[in-house]
Ligand binder design. Structure first.
Ligand code: FAD
Length: 408
């Protein structure tokens, strides 16, 4: 397997590949229960960690996650000049040591602070995708549910693909299309936090539904190219990944924000990432204190993806998380019809409306096309009662960057 990512970061092919840097880190405690952080802590409270160039970003994120603050970064050989990093577009976009533009002599004098993490985009492009490996592929639909939905995790080791919650990656299925051209990429919302399901910043996870439909003319069953490829992917198989992309569905940094999430089916993917970041991971710089509310539409109880974990959060964090299901084939709406997400929204209109008046509340929706009009159907009559035109209200939320939609 050839991985351009390996080439881009290997010690032989970059200017710094074999260089070592020393991070001086404050604020770490040695009794952290987190992985392998067992560096000697000096009386000054600082820890000195030697990091190979190619792991600088990952290590920086890991340190931040564990509550550490990088006080300075120096090349192990203090005379080593610091130059720009690799030519990948991501390098300028993520938290970086400040070396790239500054003068190396100045560098030795000034302590380094961590730059604010920016949104990484298109680190890997379709012409030169990252080749990851599938390390997990398991079903999410319980017995009696409809369709096939898989949770997949890919190993990103050896590359520099990193991402934020709410972004998507592209997958290029192998083979060619009907015109003999290589298949185009398909986008999938990332279902893991920036630290990945293994917590080591080296994986990305997806939640993929196999597309299956009856051909309208021949009535034959047709299976989607990429979703079938992914759902059947064997552990150990290679997968061509592009991205990450997307800035629409990012989770605000504000720990006090209120997050309303409306999902149908695999639309749960970005919200899994949000909820895992809010409730399952521990961060020094992000401790969620707002209210979050997931309204999740599925056909059957067996189709409630990640059900146990969602209910675990509901049990453990009753003040910060609310969970509402709309189970269309099992529950009835007030008119006796199927219970879709818009019916739950209508039932909860007053509470949702009140929440949305708070400038700290963000509304996210992800999943089936048409959701947006369903939500309008559920909320606009309530808005009208308050004398507010729904379209004006949505415009206001969009302007305030509080209205986030990803439908497909
Ligand atoms: P293809 O082989 O490309 O077939 C799709 C085509 O089949 C359609 O273009 C249409 O022409 C035809 N078709 C589909 N349904 C019917 C029908 N009922 N009747 C007739 N023709 C039909 N998917 C997920 O599973 N999980 C995700 O998290 C996810 N996130 C996404 C995020 C974004 C931003 C976007 C844009 C899409 C996302 N998708 C997600 C959808 C995903 O990108 C693919 O579109 C999906 O997996 C189908 O791709 P495929 O290659 O399997 O199907």
């Amino acid at each position: 397997m050839y991985s351009s990512a390996l080439a881009a970061t290997s010690g032989k092919t970059t200017a710094y590949g074999s260089r070592l840097f020393v991070y001086e880190v404050a604020g770490l405690s040695q009794n952290t229960d987190n992985d392998s952080l067992d560096y000697p802590i000096r009386r000054s409270g600082s820890v000195f960690i030697t990091v190979p160039y190619e792991r600088m970003n990952q290590e920086m994120r890991r340190i931040t996650r564990m509550g550490g603050r990088i006080v300075s970064i120096k090349p192990l050989d203090a005379e080593t000049p610091l130059k720009p990093t690799s030519n990948r577009s991501s390098e300028a976009e993520v938290a970086q040591p400040q070396q790239s533009k500054s003068n190396p002599t100045e560098k030795k004098r000034k302590p380094m602070t961590q730059a604010k993490t920016k949104v990484p985009v298109n680190i890997y492009k379709p012409k030169d995708p990252f080749i990851g490996k599938c390390i997990e592929n398991y079903p999410l639909v319980a017995e009696g549910g409809s369709g096939i939905v898989q949770h997949l995790t890919f190993d990103l080791s050896g590359g520099d693909l990193h991402y934020l919650e709410g972004q998507s990656i592209g997958i290029i299925p192998p083979g060619t299309d009907d015109n003999g051209k290589p298949h185009k990429l398909r986008l999938y919302s990332i279902a893991s936090t920036r630290h990945g399901d293994k917590g080591d910043d080296k994986t990305v996870s997806l939640c993929v539904r196999q597309l299956e439909y009856q051909h309208p003319e021949t009535n034959e069953t047709v299976y989607g190219v990429c979703s079938t490829h992914l759902c059947n992917l064997e552990v150990g198989a290679d997968v061509a990944i592009t991205g990450p992309v997307g800035k629409e569905m990012l989770l605000p940094d504000d720990e006090d924000a209120n997050i309303v999430m409306l999902a149908t089916g695999t639309g749960i993917a970005p919200f899994r990432a949000f909820l895992w970041r809010m409730f399952f991971e521990k961060h020094e710089d992000y401790k969620f204190k707002g209210k979050s509310w997931l309204i999740f539409g599925v056909p059957y109880t067996a189709n409630i993806l990640y059900k146990d974990k969602l209910e675990e959060i509901e049990t453990n964090y009753p003040d910060n998380f609310e969970l509402t299901y709309a189970i269309s084939r099992e529950q009835k709406n007030s008119e006796g019809g199927r219970m879709y997400i818009q019916h739950r929204v209508a039932e909860q209109a007053e509470k949702l409306w009140t929440m949305l008046q708070d400038p700290k509340t963000h509304l996210y929706m992800c999943g089936l096309k048409g959701m947006e009009s369903g939500i309008e159907e559920g909320l606009s009559p309530f808005a009208a009662k308050q004398g507010v035109e729904w379209s004006d209200f949505v415009k206001k939320l969009k302007k305030e960057h509080r209205w986030h939609v990803e439908v497909y």
